[in-house]
Design a protein around this ligand. Structure first.
Ligand SMILES: Nc1ncnc2c1ncn2[C@@H]1O[C@H](COP(=O)(O)OP(=O)(O)OP(=O)(O)O)[C@@H](O)[C@H]1O
Ligand SMILES: Nc1ccn([C@@H]2O[C@H](COP(=O)(O)O)[C@@H](O)[C@H]2O)c(=O)n1
Length: 228
């Protein structure tokens, strides 16, 4: 931990699925004594609630009507990030294929985004030493004044291979197709789509190991902190 008397630093890490946002953000936050927020987990949590309550995911107005109902709470300790909905731990259920295949439809609804964005800003401003927030629209919409913005990329092949390894031998071709489909939906929605902020630093992780990406981001954060 390197908190010292440093001013809080806000780091936004965005990028498509499987580029290493969560692994990198968690490690960077832990190494630098910062909080950590996985915003994808929040969108997954509200999707889990919609599915569990029989809301028609094909109907944006039905989703919008109940977007304010579930209470979503994110724990921001990088060593133990937590996520609950109405007091229930949903860290496992939000990673199912059912949720993954429906999250883009739910996250495209403006009322859902307004609700979740408010939670994200509140957590970011209350982080004593600063925070690493990862997602799709953090640098462009949620925290446009972040001290540092990173946009991670990697080839679809590298991302599919990483995910298939994680899913214990899932078919690489179908994993690649699913990633591409989700990125296309997230990039083409009207409200705060997946996009690189103009002032973000792009890091292509295709040929980098995870420790190399972490080291690169830690160096960029330290440079920003030193200049504050
Ligand atoms: N540079 C890298 N080299 C090899 N594997 C990596 C690298 N970065 C991440 N990984 C692995 O790839 C997988 C996906 O990483 P991670 O979950 O961090 O990506 P993500 O961008 O947060 O994905 P998503 O947006 O879908 O949640 C993990 O198994 C992780 O360990
Ligand atoms: N800032 C964000 C973060 C995520 N989403 C949506 O959530 C989905 C799941 O994200 P993961 O990082 O857990 O894979 C993602 O596909 C987006 O639909 C978002 O819209 N904005």
């Amino acid at each position: 931990m390197e908190n010292g008397a440093a001013k809080p630093v806000i780091v936004a890490i965005d990028g498509p699925s499987g580029t290493g946002k969560s692994s990198t953000s968690k490690a960077v936050a832990a190494q630098l004594g910062l909080s950590y927020l996985d915003t994808g987990a929040q969108y997954r949590a509200i999707t889990w609630w919609m599915v569990s309550n029989g809301i028609d995911i094909e109907d944006p107005s039905a989703i919008a009507a109940v977007a304010g109902k579930p209470e979503i709470v994110s724990g921001t300790d990088p060593a133990n990030p937590t996520i609950t909905v109405d007091g229930t731990d949903v860290a496992g259920p939000i990673r199912t294929q059912e949720v993954t295949s429906q999250v883009s439809a739910v996250s495209a609804v403006p009322e859902v985004r307004a609700r979740i964005t408010e939670l994200q800003r509140s957590l970011a401003t209350s982080a004593e030493y600063g925070i690493v927030v990862e997602g799709r629209d953090i640098g462009t919409t949620v925290l446009p004044d972040a001290d540092l913005k990173i946009f991670l990329t990697a080839s679809p092949e590298a991302r599919a291979a990483r995910r298939s390894g994680e899913l214990k031998g899932a078919d690489v071709h179908s994993t690649r197709e699913a990633l591409i489909k989700r990125d296309a939906a997230d990039s083409s929605r009207k409200t705060s789509p997946l996009a690189k902020a103009d002032d973000a630093v792009e890091v292509d992780t295709t040929e980098l190991t995870l420790p190399q990406v972490i080291e690169c981001v830690v160096t960029l954060v330290e440079e920003k902190r030193a200049a504050k």
